[in-house]
Write a protein that binds this ligand. Structure first.
Ligand SMILES: *Cc1c(COP(=O)(O)O)cnc(C)c1O
Length: 403
């Protein structure tokens, strides 16, 4: 379609779409619904057989020995930081270009979050920057596989070995991703996934931590249930009542209803990730004709999980800034978004730790020029065409003319 002379919706023209297209969305079908209804007819609504069944299937899916289901990805990150024994005085290195939970989880346990800037091609944490931030107090690294593109895990694992550090992967974007042919989920000491509706599969809310280490798996299990020595199902099956609270734990349990949904969704994961890859490929191909819009970089040795598709705008070629382009796309009914406000620039971090603009320039530049295009498996070909038509229409309107 040629939108060259079409008036932008924000200037009173017709929008490309008549209905709003969100940036991300779950896909729940009748089979998923039936799986949840079936659980409602059983005697277990929480911490029953579906939790164990889901955990086993999930561990197998990502190639880890253990999976522990929790009430959210954030709870999973908190549990992972706890399981390592991070506390006051300990430093944990993570990226500023992420959702706040990747860093908040360190603070939950009284530790210090230390940021290392990102690489320019993938927006993933830079191994060199990690190494520069290591001190005698550093205990762990939390790499985030931004947008679903795996971090440079060979480098990060080598750094962790050299310095005796543990790796917690924030894999909330990366279910279904692979690094050099190995699934994300079995590489670091622990990997954390989210089951929020915009993520690859959903349980409404939910999270999973995977690990190959039985000791860590035990600590994660205990932490999600008040650090009690047994859970309700174990006590019932043993005909026993006694338990002990052995540490300060939380109620971070995931219900059987949610695990039934997640288990049913897990069967569709491969298909969902393929569809995400298809849509991303269509975007990247079409955008190669628009020099003002820079598609995300993909390194050769990965399978991308495409949680989000984040482009950068080349401001030197455009008369409008990111805010204006964003507003123009929203007016066309395209649900663009922005990922992420760097964590150190949030008021809580600025005020508590004194961070400011300029501290992590690569992450800040990425944030300033980023726009996230809609991407979810249920998108139709027409939805994809609408996004591309709207981007073309808006960019052509704001393109800087020669001279
Ligand atoms: C979604 C997400 C989380 C948190 O997951 P919830 O399930 O929403 O708590 C953490 N880190 C990153 C990078 C995420 O995208």
């Amino acid at each position: 379609m040629n939108y060259t002379r079409a008036k932008l919706a924000i200037e009173g023209g017709e929008p490309v779409r008549s209905t709003y297209l969100p940036y991300g969305m779950h896909w729940v079908d009748e089979e998923d619904i039936q799986a949840v209804v079936d659980v409602l007819r059983t005697g277990w609504l929480t911490t029953g057989p579906k939790v164990a069944e889901f955990e086993e299937a999930f561990a197998e899916q990502v190639g880890a020995r253990y999976a522990v289901a929790l009430s959210s990805g954030t709870a999973g990150l908190h549990a992972a930081v706890y399981a390592l024994g991070v506390g006051p005085g300990d430093e944990v290195i993570t990226t500023p270009y992420t959702f706040a939970a990747s860093a908040n989880c360190v603070l939950f346990q009284g530790g210090t979050a230390v940021f290392a800037d990102v690489d320019e091609d993938t927006f993933n944490i830079s191994p060199r920057a990690i190494e520069e931030r290591i001190t005698s107090r550093t205990k762990a690294i939390i790499p985030v596989h931004f947008a679903g593109h795996p971090c440079d895990m060979d480098e990060i694992v080598a750094i962790a070995r050299r310095h005796g550090l543990t790796i917690i992967e924030d894999a909330c974007h990366a279910l279904g991703a692979e690094y050099k042919g190995v699934s994300i989920g079995g590489i670091g000491d622990m990997s954390v996934f989210s089951l929020h509706p915009v993520k690859h599969i959903t349980a409404g809310e939910g999270g999973v931590v995977t690990t190959n280490n039985p000791h860590l798996a035990e600590r994660l299990r205990s932490f999600r249930n008040h650090s009690m020595s047994t859970d309700a199902r174990e006590r019932m099956e043993a005909g026993a009542w006694y338990y002990e609270v052995t540490d300060l734990g939380y109620n971070y349990r995931l219900t059987d209803l949610q695990c039934a949904l997640a288990l049913s969704q897990l069967k569709k994961l491969e298909h969902f990730v393929e569809l995400r890859n298809d849509i991303a490929a269509q975007y990247t191909q079409a955008l190669s004709l628009l020099p003002e819009v820079i598609p995300p970089g993909v390194r050769p040795d990965v399978r991308h999980a495409w949680h989000i598709y984040v482009v950068r705008l080349d401001s030197s070629r455009l008369e409008a800034d990111r805010e204006a382009i964003f507003a123009a796309l929203r007016a066309e009914n395209i649900g663009v978004n922005v990922h992420y406000i760097p964590v150190h620039l949030h008021p809580y971090y600025r005020e508590r730790f004194g961070y400011k603009r300029g501290d992590y320039p690569v992450a800040e530049a990425a944030y300033d020029s980023a726009i996230t295009l809609p991407l979810f498996p249920k998108m139709t070909h027409q939805d994809v065409r609408d996004v591309l038509s709207a981007v073309e229409k808006v960019v052509e309107r704001y393109r800087k003319t020669e001279g």
